[in-house]
Design a protein around this ligand. Structure first.
Ligand code: SF4
Length: 372
């Protein structure tokens, strides 16, 4: 496949593996976190860890939007669809995301709630247009990649005077989460030693640009390499991180220069800033409450905010204690260290969000047969 195959070339992958092997020092360990679930899947799918020297370890980060969404937010959505006038529009992965006490949107739908799976924000607009007597709520979720389409949807709804459309906003921000990981010594030193550097997300960085990570690299003296999702992208990013560590550098480097610029997408960032503002705190599964890490609609667009319109309140709840998603999303454990992995918990019978989501680390390990 053009534009993909050239980034999956076996000979080049082996050459990169030899280059990494030649450059790592046997006197130290290298521990790199890939923030994004897309990279976790590439690493598992192509067996990239098997190409790395034993002292280079990849730690899986929290960059999967469904995985980090806490159960309380699913509970809020379920309370929302208890209202007979509400139609809730959600992306497919969210249907099975766990709320508290075994609840999910799929179960709510089976019990009669009006929940529709959509592929884009435009589907929600269409539905709202076709159902003027109902309250259509879009369950907005995701990092900076999916936030601009939500902003555009709200602007369209405003222009079309769609009074029945609103947004249940769960958008979260990557740099704030990375800041929280680096700031908290319990997470920063998770799983037996400090994190030496990050592979930064691909799609998110097309929007926010590499400059968004510069304060983090500077403040915490950690190298960050933005990388694409193909196996050669990841291998090259690891080589770039190894070089920075060996040379005592902590810069933001851009491996994914075919799509990412320093500035990012100015138009998309403008849309976001016109419609959203920061929440003081937002809860992440795995990271807990992270300051300035979530978005809500700003005062000018508050009338489209489902939390305001329906007086919804967040009530934190505990996760299933048998599920290790909390530790996995902090990089403290690997999926195979969970007692339920592959026995009680599989993609057909998922217990936790990391198995529910197609981007989750547990789903990646199961799908690609990783055993360590
Ligand atoms: Fe949770 Fe299942 Fe992953 Fe265990 S295997 S951490 S139960 S999602």
């Amino acid at each position: 496949m053009k534009y993909s195959d050239e980034f999956r070339d076996k000979t080049i992958a082996q050459r990169l593996a030899r280059a990494i092997d030649a450059e790592v020092s046997s006197q130290r360990a290298y521990r790199f976190m890939e923030f994004c679930g897309g990279h976790t899947h590439a690493i598992s799918r192509y067996g990239l860890e098997d190409l790395l020297p034993a002292n280079v370890r990849m730690i899986h980060g929290p960059g999967c939007p469904v995985c980090v969404l806490p159960a309380s937010r699913i509970d809020m959505a379920i309370r929302l669809v208890d209202r007979p006038e509400v139609t809730l529009c959600v992306y497919g992965d969210l249907m099975r995301a766990p709320g508290s006490q075994g609840r999910s949107l799929l179960r709510a739908k089976a019990l009669g709630a009006d929940i529709r799976m959509v592929y884009s924000t435009l589907d929600a607009i269409r539905l709202a247009e076709q159902s003027p007597g109902r309250q259509t709520v879009f369950f907005a979720i995701g990092f900076e990649t999916t936030t601009p389409p939500t902003a555009v949807m709200i602007r369209i709804a405003e222009n079309m005077r769609l009074k029945g459309l609103s947004v249940f906003c769960n958008h979260v921000l990557t740099p704030s989460a990375m800041h929280s990981i680096l700031e908290d010594p319990k997470i920063r030193n998770t799983g037996g030693g400090p994190i030496d550097g990050f592979i930064g997300p691909a799609h998110v960085s097309t929007i926010i640009g590499t400059q968004a990570y510069e304060p983090l690299a500077e403040q915490f003296e950690k190298p960050i390499v933005i990388a694409g999702f193909e196996p050669l992208d990841v291998m090259q990013a690891i080589l770039m991180l190894v070089r920075q560590v060996n040379q005592d550098r902590y810069e933001v480097e851009n491996q994914y220069s075919r799509a990412v610029t320093r500035e990012g997408n100015r138009r998309a960032k403008n849309w976001m800033s016109q419609v959203f503002e920061l929440r003081e705190q937002f809860e992440w599964r795995g990271l807990g409450f992270v300051p300035n890490s979530g978005l809500k609609l700003n005062r000018a667009y508050e009338r489209f905010d489902a939390e305001t319109r329906f007086a919804l309140h967040d009530m934190p709840v505990a996760d299933n204690p048998a599920c290790e998603c909390y530790a996995i999303l902090r990089g403290a454990k690997r999926p195979v260290e969970c007692k339920l992995f592959g026995t009680v918990c599989t993609p057909q019978t998922p217990v936790g969000a990391c198995m529910v989501s197609s981007e989750g680390a547990c789903a990646a390990y199961w799908t690609y047969g990783r055993v360590r």
